[in-house]
Design a protein around this ligand. Structure first.
Ligand SMILES: Cc1cc2nc3c(=O)[nH]c(=O)nc-3n(C[C@H](O)[C@H](O)[C@H](O)COP(=O)(O)OP(=O)(O)OC[C@H]3O[C@@H](n4cnc5c(N)ncnc54)[C@H](O)[C@@H]3O)c2cc1C
Length: 295
C-alpha cells in the first residue's frame, strides 16, 4: 500500500541503501526511497505518512549524514527532483534539490554574486538552508530572503527573521517534519571575472587542505568559540588515527574519512574518543556538526 502510494507521487525504489545516498558512503538498507516529482507531491507524501504514523526522513545530497548499518524501516524522501530555479532581477528563486555548487557556477557566469562561499559545499539548497551552511566567514543566513516551507501540512513562506539562524543551526532543527521546498536568495551584480576568480581560489584552497578524493561528510565537529576543532584534534595526537576502514584524515584532522568499507560504528567510535580526549585535555566539549541518523 505504501509502495503504491509513493509510486504515484515520485520515482520509487525499494532496493536503496544509505551507502549510495550519502557522501561518506556508509549505512544500511532503506525500506522505501522516493524522489517526489513536485512540491505538491511532497505535500501528499508527507500528509499520507504522518496520517499513517510512518516514519520518514527528508534528505538532499546526504553530505552531512552518518547513517547506521541497520535497515531503516521508514521512508527516505530525497528532494533532488525539485531542481528548477528562476533568476528574477535581484534574487533567485531556487528549489530545494538544486546542488549549491551548480547554482553558484550558473550565477557566476551571469555576473551574479551570491553563493561564492558555497561553491565547494556538496549539498542541495534545502540541506544548506537546514544547516545554515557556510564557509569563509559567510553563511546561508547572509543571502536568504525567505524560504518556502511545508509546515504542518501547509505551504508557508517564512521570512529570514523567523528562521533563528546561528552557527550551523536553523529553526528546522527543532521541527523535523517541516520540509524546505524552495528559497529566495539575494543577488548582487559583480564582474564575472571577479566572482569566478574568487570561486577558483577557494576551490584551490579546499583541494589543498581537504581530503576531497576520499568519501567524507565534511567537518566532523563544529569549531569551538575562538578556535578550530582541527587544532584540538591535532593536540590530542589523532591526525591519521584509524579504526578498521575509517580514519582521521592526514590532510585535515577534522575530516573523518571512509577508506573503503567503513561503518558508522567505527566513525562514531573515533568521534567519541576525540570528544573524550579533547574534554580531558582542554576542558572543551566538541559538538558534532555531522548528524547521526538511524544509529
Ligand atoms: C567534502 C565536504 C565539504 C563540506 N564543506 C562544508 C562547508 O564548507 N561548510 C558547511 O557548512 N558544510 C560543509 N559540508 C557539509 C554539508 O555539505 C552541508 O552540511 C550541507 O548543507 C548538507 O546538505 P545536504 O543536501 O547534503 O543535506 P543532507 O546531508 O541530505 O541532510 C542534512 C540535514 O538536513 C536535512 N534536510 C536536507 N534537506 C532538507 C529539506 N529540503 N527540508 C528539510 N530538511 C532537510 C536532513 O533531514 C538532515 O537533517 C561539507 C561536506 C563535505 C562532504
Amino acid at each position: 500500500m505504501i509502495k503504491d502510494f509513493l509510486q504515484q507521487h515520485g520515482n520509487y525504489h525499494d532496493d536503496c541503501s544509505f551507502k549510495e545516498l550519502t557522501t561518506i558512503k556508509m549505512g544500511g538498507r532503506i525500506r522505501h526511497f522516493v524522489l517526489p516529482y513536485s512540491v505538491e507531491d511532497v505535500k501528499e507524501i508527507v500528509y499520507f505518512l504522518k496520517r499513517n504514523h510512518i516514519p520518514f526522513k527528508v534528505i538532499g545530497n546526504g553530505s552531512n549524514l552518518i547513517c547506521g548499518e541497520s535497515e531503516y524501516e521508514g521512508v527516505v524522501i530525497c528532494l533532488k527532483n525539485l531542481s528548477s530555479y528562476e533568476i528574477r532581477n535581484d534574487e533567485v528563486y531556487v528549489e530545494a534539490g538544486v546542488m549549491a555548487p551548480q547554482l553558484a557556477s550558473i550565477l557566476a557566469r551571469q555576473g551574479l554574486s551570491c553563493l561564492e562561499f558555497a561553491s565547494g559545499i556538496p549539498g542541495c539548497i534545502g540541506g544548506l538552508v537546514y544547516m545554515n551552511a557556510g564557509a569563509y566567514r559567510s553563511e546561508m543566513a547572509n543571502v536568504i530572503r525567505r524560504v518556502l516551507v511545508l509546515k504542518d501540512d501547509d505551504f508557508v513562506w517564512m521570512e529570514k527573521e523567523e528562521m533563528n539562524f546561528s552557527y550551523r543551526h536553523s529553526v528546522f532543527h527543532d521541527h523535523p517534519h517541516w520540509v524546505i521546498l524552495a528559497a529566495e536568495l539575494k543577488l548582487e551584480r559583480k564582474p564575472v571575472e571577479e566572482i569566478e576568480e574568487l570561486m577558483a581560489d577557494r576551490l584551490k584552497r579546499r583541494k589543498e587542505t581537504q581530503p576531497l578524493d576520499k568519501p567524507s561528510a565534511g567537518s566532523c565537529f563544529r569549531n569551538p568559540e575562538d578556535g578550530y576543532a582541527w587544532k584540538l584534534i591535532d593536540g590530542i595526537g589523532y591526525r591519521g588515527y584509524q579504526i578498521h576502514d575509517v580514519s582521521v584524515s592526514d590532510k585535515h584532522s577534522n575530516f573523518i574519512i571512509n577508506n573503503g568499507n567503513g561503518s558508522a560504528e567505527d566513525y562514531l567510535q573515533i568521534a567519541y574518543e576525540i570528544q573524550d580526549k579533547v574534554k580531558e585535555k582542554y576542558d572543551i566539549r566538541l559538538v558534532m556538526e555531522v548528524e547521526k541518523f538511524n544509529c
